[in-house]
Design a protein around this ligand. Structure first.
Ligand SMILES: NC(=O)c1ccc[n+]([C@@H]2O[C@H](COP(=O)([O-])OP(=O)(O)OC[C@H]3O[C@@H](n4cnc5c(N)ncnc54)[C@H](OP(=O)(O)O)[C@@H]3O)[C@@H](O)[C@H]2O)c1
Length: 255
């Protein structure tokens, strides 16, 4: 559904949210495969560790909620590289929330990072990608965005919005020569999930998540989801009538 990337050597990739977890491991894997990298997140030290002895890596610390910072970083990349082959928007945050502990301030912060952040990224990179008529953009949503789940009162809707956004983007951008990748991980062991108190089914490492993510892009997939032994169940549940879906979710989660 997208152009395949057979060889990462020399590919100019901007990973936003690269200081830890899935983004950090994806950045490491890309560097190991010979890609040319720009990496962003708030934690500059974390980014520097990733770049390590890859001295030509562009380290561009920023907060994804800061639109001007994204534009500045984009300008820096374009003036250094002359273009961008792939943008990976990985940055995101998670706060457990249910209706009985609804917190508007935390909800708005999640929306600012998980939804408005990727919109800032789009505003920064779309003109470059459209002018090039090639390249790609991948957005990390979550399999939790497929349908409503307990504990994900606001996280879920932010990710659901990204899923819908990627579907529309694909329709708009693919005919213009630009690849769009919707990335829906299941449970991945990272700082984001470290405080989960429940047993996470089919939990995988961030290293494995990075391998799956890059494999999906290499194969030109649109919907990159993993691990399939978990994500396929949620894709199936989404098709059930609500009465059965809600009954099953209560039963399986005990919530
Ligand atoms: N772990 C899972 O089970 C799982 C499952 C499905 C989807 N996801 C999604 O995968 C993505 C990566 O999460 P992760 O699990 O790898 O968690 P993580 O280790 O906490 O990584 C999150 C990354 O996003 C960056 N980030 C957060 N807020 C930011 C901001 N305001 N500005 C710029 N960067 C920001 C963080 O860097 P700084 O803190 O340095 O800014 C970090 O690099 C997220 O979008 C998450 O929702 C994770």
């Amino acid at each position: 559904m997208n152009p395949r990337i057979k060889d990462w050597r020399g590919q100019r990739v901007w990973v936003i949210g690269a200081s830890s977890g899935i983004g950090a491991e994806t950045a490491r894997a890309l560097l190991a495969r010979g890609a040319k990298l720009a990496i962003s997140a708030r934690n500059q030290e974390g980014l520097q560790i990733i770049a390590d002895d890859h001295h030509d890596t562009l380290i561009l610390p920023l907060d994804i909620t800061d639109h001007a910072a994204l534009i500045k970083a984009r300008d820096r990349i374009v003036s250094s590289w002359g273009g961008i082959d792939l943008v990976l928007v990985v940055a995101g945050t998670y706060n457990r929330m249910r209706a009985d502990n609804f917190d508007l301030a935390i909800a708005e912060k999640m929306v600012a990072t998980n939804l408005n952040g990727p919109l800032h990224c789009l505003d920064a990179v779309l003109p470059t990608l459209l002018a090039q008529g090639k390249g790609g953009i991948g957005i990390v949503a979550s399999i939790a965005g497929l349908s409503g789940l307990p504990q994900a009162l606001i996280y879920g809707p932010t990710k659901a919005a990204l899923i819908n956004l990627c579907e529309s983007l694909y329709l708009d951008l693919r005919p213009r020569g630009i690849g769009v990748y919707l990335i829906d991980p299941g449970f991945v062991a990272t700082p984001l999930t470290a405080s989960n108190e429940f047993a996470m089914p089919a939990l995988i490492s961030a290293e494995d998540a990075a391998v799956e993510l890059l494999r999906g892009i290499e194969h030109g997939e649109f919907h990159i989801h993993f691990p399939k032994r978990f994500t396929n169940w949620l894709r199936l549940l989404r098709l059930l009538p609500y009465s059965l879906y809600f009954w099953l979710i209560h039963k399986v989660t005990g919530l």
